[in-house]
Design a protein around this ligand. Structure first.
Ligand code: FAD
Length: 469
């Protein structure tokens, strides 16, 4: 009898435990993607990027002699309907960890089980299930390094191979057209620019990993911290949608480590930062919306989304070149270097005294590698309100960061056109990518700093002195 294979954030056919189990069951596989509330509520860039990823998966499934069925609606309605239409007796999917998806999946599982059907979820989005990593006292980890030490020596199973063929049913259930979902609609003209930087689909994700392991990973120890250099994997975009698995990345990193490259250990550690984010999300789901340390509820952050300061930050016009370069990189490429993310988040929450939730929401709208766990953890870490956070007195100084990480001005030149006789294409693309309503052009004058590095630091520190955060 048929198995319904429900794709969500696992847009691949390799290392896919649910697919492997569906094939092992025998019988035809009916692959489905559902456009539900989880999809509808995505920010504009992640939603556009998801649409691209689904198109790539459609093609990959077709190449295996099957068809990806697209349906819109709540999973709790769509899945029983598909079960009825196809006679499927089992529904398989890869596990998700955010509270909304977990609630949805629990409801679907309970419903199917009550009908006497097999409903099963599989591991793959993470290296280690969050509930299997425990402190000696049986609690969860609130600090990264002990978690890293706890998992470092664990065995990560070899990734599963992709099938050569996925048998389909004799007649397929009807499918909606992907174009009709309008997943790219909110991106408007920005998509045409971001598209040049995205690498969509499982095949390109594998290519990216191979290129990285034979290239930038060799110098990752030093290169990963320089935003003007192509020194990181950029795999976050693919990991976010499950176009590649962390296990595939882990094994590639481990192989490089075995070849004697010490930088590879740092890469493995970064993959475990992602695990840490999901560990925290699982154990403290409030990390998504509330100060992880409640003492920060008293901090007088501005939550005014239309303030001049927040607008200047969003549009890359704070007058601090490093901040503006990073914010423009975000708008043009749909990603931002990790060093940039840390500095712009610190600047927004400390120098501009603006709530991390506003920054988190802006990233959620702009990042093609948006990930609920890493984004929330990153913001709360930078703001000081989160677990393992930078100590409150650590206010990044954007000017000294420039000296340290962009001494040759490469990053700034890449993204800020103003003041350059011959700005590179990337700096000009920003003006093509932004909405017209921002009223900016390459001829606009570059602004004076809205809040200087020194002034901002003093403002933030004066608030910290008012109480013990
Ligand atoms: P690489 O350097 O190649 O690292 C390999 C992988 O390790 C990444 O793809 C990622 O999966 C993981 N990783 C690396 N650093 C971190 C980290 N600090 N936290 C969690 N995982 C990490 N990452 C996202 O994937 N999505 C987000 O929405 C996101 N938002 C962030 C917001 C803020 C304010 C901050 C400070 C960080 C955020 N990060 C986020 C983490 C990090 O910046 C990105 O994962 C990284 O820049 C992605 O680039 P890369 O794939 O080239 O990373």
């Amino acid at each position: 009898t048929p198995t319904l294979l429900w794709f969500r954030r696992d847009l691949r056919l390799q290392d896919h435990a649910a697919l492997t189990a569906a094939l092992a069951r025998g019988g035809p596989v009916i692959a489905v993607f559902i456009c539900d509330a989880q999809v509808e509520t995505l920010g504009s860039a992640p939603k556009w990027r998801l649409g691209q990823g689904i198109a790539a998966l459609q093609k990959a499934v077709a190449d295996k002699g099957n068809r990806l069925i697209l349906r819109r609606g709540a999973a709790i309605d769509v899945i029983p309907k598909l079960v009825e239409e196809t006679g499927a007796t089992a529904v398989y999917w890869q596990r998700s960890y955010d509270p909304a998806s977990q609630a949805r999946d629990a409801e679907v599982k309970a419903f199917l089980s009550a009908m006497g059907l097999e409903a099963k979820s599989f591991k793959g989005h993470l290296l280690f299930e969050p509930w299997t990593v425990q402190t000696k006292l049986g609690g969860f980890y609130k600090v990264y390094t002990p978690l890293w030490k706890a998992v470092r020596g664990r065995e990560v199973p070899e990734p599963l191979p992709a099938p050569t063929r996925i048998p389909g049913p004799e007649t397929y259930p009807s499918s909606e057209a992907l174009g009709a979902w309008g997943l790219g609609r909110a991106m408007q003209r920005g998509a045409a620019i971001v598209e040049r930087y995205a690498r969509v689909g499982a095949d390109l994700a594998q290519e990216r990993l191979a290129e990285f392991t034979s290239g930038a990973l060799r110098h990752y120890g030093e290169g990963r911290d320089i935003p003007g250099e192509d020194g990181t994997s950029k795999l976050a975009e693919n990991l976010a949608l499950g176009e590649i698995t962390p296990a595939q990345c882990w094994h590639a990193g481990q192989a490089e480590l075995n070849r004697g490259n010490p930088g590879a250990e740092i890469f493995l550690k970064e993959l475990v930062w992602r695990e840490f984010a999901y560990h925290l999300l699982h154990h403290t789901p409030q990390i998504l919306t509330r100060n992880w340390k409640p003492a920060w509820d008293a901090f007088p952050w501005s939550e005014e989304a239309s303030s001049a300061k927040f607008t200047a930050w969003k549009t890359g016009r704070t007058g601090l070149e490093f901040i503006d370069a990073a914010m423009r990189e975000l708008y043009v490429t749909g990603t931002m270097h990790n060093r940039g993310r840390m500095i712009v988040a610190s600047y927004l929450t400390k120098h501009l005294m603006t709530h991390w939730r506003l920054g988190q929401a802006w990233f959620e709208d702009c990042l093609i590698d948006w990930d609920p766990a890493s984004n929330a953890m990153g913001w709360q870490w930078a703001a000081g309100s989160g677990p393992d956070a930078a100590p409150y007195f650590r206010v990044f100084n954007p000017e000294t960061q420039i000296e340290k990480f962009d001494a040759d001005r490469r990053y700034r030149k890449m993204w800020i056109a103003e003041g350059q006789a011959n700005p590179p294409a990337s700096a000009l693309q920003y003006f093509d990518a932004i909405p017209r309503s921002w009223g900016l052009s390459a001829q606009s004058a570059y602004p004076a700093p809205i809040v200087s590095a020194k002034e901002g630091r003093e403002i933030a520190l004066s608030f910290y002195k008012t109480r013990d955060f």
